[in-house]
Design a binder for this molecule. Structure first.
Ligand code: F6R
Length: 614
């Protein structure tokens, strides 16, 4: 999704802006642009497509900006208006003196545009953003004060925004503000950076300040001032970012996605540290701030999430209902926010989000919070907007995930649910201790088992090559692995653009089976346990319709050799824990198919890593 960078200081600004935008590329984008304060005016440069196109565009203009030390930059993920140069940011007012970049959606842009057009503003793009440029310029003409102009204009803007603004009258001043979109300021020595996310600034400073909604910051190389929307100066909450710049390297892997898949054993080891020592000792989850008494009495949980995080939530429901006997609803955040939900102070609401910035989930969480529910956030970003809303914060510590397709964060979220459900079950004494202990024992063995899968991917690659020409792909499973089937299908469609769908195997005969013929691959997730035999029958039914059968299994059952054309094996694991092992080959199948097809694995088309608009 859109990303913003701003810089004012003493260094060559274009290098810093390009570097910052490159660090934000993982968010997903389709055009980019920068605006730089030059000797007499502000110059704007834009390009569609990858950042390299912007770099190329800039090559013939170096003499214009070689001495510039202030500028703003943007990568755009199109919402209003196609990805064209005209629609790319930065946007300007009529005479080009005021420029800005924006992340978010201005909901009342049509009314504002009509009003501004009547006042003589000429619009060049189809974006919602351009209204902000004209509106702020209008207020600047009235007040002659850039900060005040931003303050007055944002009072009239409805929707979500992070804005970074410059004016030609000011050689060394940037004004930035935000509402329902992330923005932080990096504090250097004689320089300030502004960005949508930490990677864009971490190379230059670890000292930072997150803006909260409606705050307006004004920076010059040697000063910073923070005010609220009433114009009153407010204290700055400056913190040290616990980040290392090196985290963004591919470490020799061809893609971030492959690197992140290979990091999963360590992700599990990390999350267990301090929480699970031995099978005999209780799970320690100091992060959960509900009292033991409240937890014992809890009879309703809602889990809200989107995409891959939603699949982790579905496994979470299975675990909590099984081990704790508490009723759990799982909902896509985008659905949760537009209906009457039965949520109150007796409900535990769990928000799951890798980025902690997904707009739908953030809105849902705020809604539940306003009804008095305790909010538990499971996230990979303890510095995110969602984390700041949490009553209890369970940080999964998977390290930054760069590839748009989530892999290691999914495993980390699953681990969070294993730990949470066992923790609650121990407090509630709702599950036999021997079952809990056997799960804990196996949890600790999972890293080695994943390493086993990762150490020999020949069969997975063979299977990926064999089916890489397919147009459709079906995944079937039952019970705790239904979310695994949905996740496998999501991974494949997002990076290879193959039409992949996950089904509850028992549902196949109620409709989808009509699609099966000799061209359709059906991957069956056959993990030993209560649904194994049933799933085998469903696989027989698919085979009888001539589908191309693939098994993902931990069974050595000889029957499988007759039924399946391709068999991918994972180590022995009990059914409760099988979602963790089963998803690894599915991530790899998606990865290798996309790689064979020559797709842009880490930055698939149309997708954004951090979906900051509803
Ligand atoms: C898929 C994927 C997305 C995200 C979804 C929610 O690989 O990454 O489906 O899971 O956009 O994002 P978060 O977890 O950041 O809220």
């Amino acid at each position: 999704m859109c990303g913003i960078v701003g810089y004012v200081g003493y260094r060559s600004v274009v290098d810093i802006l390009l570097d910052g935008l490159e660090q934000l590329e993982y968010r997903g984008y389709d055009s980019s642009g920068i605006a730089v304060k030059c000797e007499n005016d502000i110059k704007v440069y834009k390009a569609i497509g990858k950042l390299n196109n912007l770099r190329e565009e800039l090559k013939s203009h170096v003499s214009e900006f070689s001495k510039s030390t202030m500028g703003i930059g943007h990568i755009r993920w199109a919402t209003h208006g196609a990805p064209t140069v005209l629609n790319a940011h930065p946007h300007t007012c009529n005479h080009g003196d005021l420029v800005l970049v924006h992340n978010g959606i201005i909901e009342n842009y049509k009314e504002l545009r009509e009003r501004l057009e009547k006042r003589g503003c000429v619009f060049k793009s189809q974006t919602d953003t351009e209204v902000a440029a004209h509106l702020i310029a209008d207020k600047y003409n009235e007040t002659g004060d850039l900060t005040e102009a931003v303050r007055l204009a944002t009072k009239e803007i409805e929707g979500a925004y992070a804005l970074c603004v410059m004016h030609n009258d000011h050689r060394t001043t940037i004004v930035a503000t935000k509402r329902n979109a992330p923005l932080l300021v990096g504090l250097g020595d004689g320089e300030y950076l502004i960005a949508s996310d930490v990677p864009a600034i971490i190379k230059y400073t670890k000292k930072a300040m997150y803006l909260t909604d409606n705050q307006i910051v004004t920076v010059t190389p040697n000063s910073i001032k923070l005010i609220n929307q009433e114009g009153v100066e407010v204290p700055q909450k400056i913190e040290m970012l616990p980040w290392e710049p090196v985290a963004l390297s591919k470490m020799g892997y061809k893609h971030f996605m492959l690197k992140e898949i290979h990091e999963q054993p360590d992700v599990i080891r990390n999350i267990l540290v301090g929480k699970l020592h031995t099978a005999a000792e209780p799970v320690i989850l100091n992060e959960v701030k509900l009292t033991k008494d409240t937890l014992k009495k809890l009879n309703r949980i809602q889990i809200i999430a989107c995409g891959t995080s939603l699949h982790a939530a579905m496994v979470g429901k299975y675990l909590i209902e099984t081990f704790c006997g508490i009723s759990v609803d799982v909902e896509a955040s985008s659905e949760y926010i537009y209906r009457q939900t039965v949520t109150d102070e007796h409900t535990l609401v769990i928000g799951v989000s890798q980025s902690g910035e997904t707009a739908d989930t953030l809105t849902a969480i705020k809604q539940a919070k306003s009804k008095g529910s305790h909010i538990l956030i499971i996230t990979n970003r303890p510095d995110s907007s969602m984390a700041r809303e949490a009553d209890s914060l369970l940080s999964v510590n998977a390290g930054i995930e760069v590839s748009v397709a989530a892999t290691k964060s999914y495993i980390a979220q699953l681990m969070a649910f294993y730990l949470l459900s066992l923790y609650m079950a121990e407090i509630k004494e709702s599950t036999d201790l021997s079952i809990i202990q056997s799960i804990k024992n196996e949890l600790m063995l999972l890293p080695q088992k994943i390493e086993q899968v990762l150490s020999n991917t020949d069969e997975i690659q063979k299977c990926a090559r064999k089916y890489s020409g397919t147009k459709d792909f079906i995944y079937i499973a039952r019970g705790i692995n239904l979310p695994t089937a949905l996740e496998g299908a999501l991974k494949l469609k997002e990076i290879s653009y193959i039409n992949a769908t996950g089904y509850a195997a028992g549902e196949l005969k109620h409709g989808p089976i009509a699609m099966l013929d000799e061209s359709m691959p059906v991957l069956s997730i056959l993990m030993k346990g209560i649904v194994y035999e049933k799933l085998l029958s469903n696989s027989e039914e698919a085979k009888a319709r001539n589908a191309r059968m693939i098994a993902l299994t931990n069974s050595n059952d000889p029957k499988l050799d007759e039924l399946f054309d391709c068999i991918i094996r994972v180590p022995e694991v009990q059914e409760f824990l099988s979602p963790i092992l089963a998803v690894i080959p599915l991530q790899l199948i998606a990865y290798y198919i996309a790689e064979f097809l020559g797709k842009d694995v880490d930055q698939p088309r149309n997708l954004a890593k951090s979906v900051t608009v509803e």
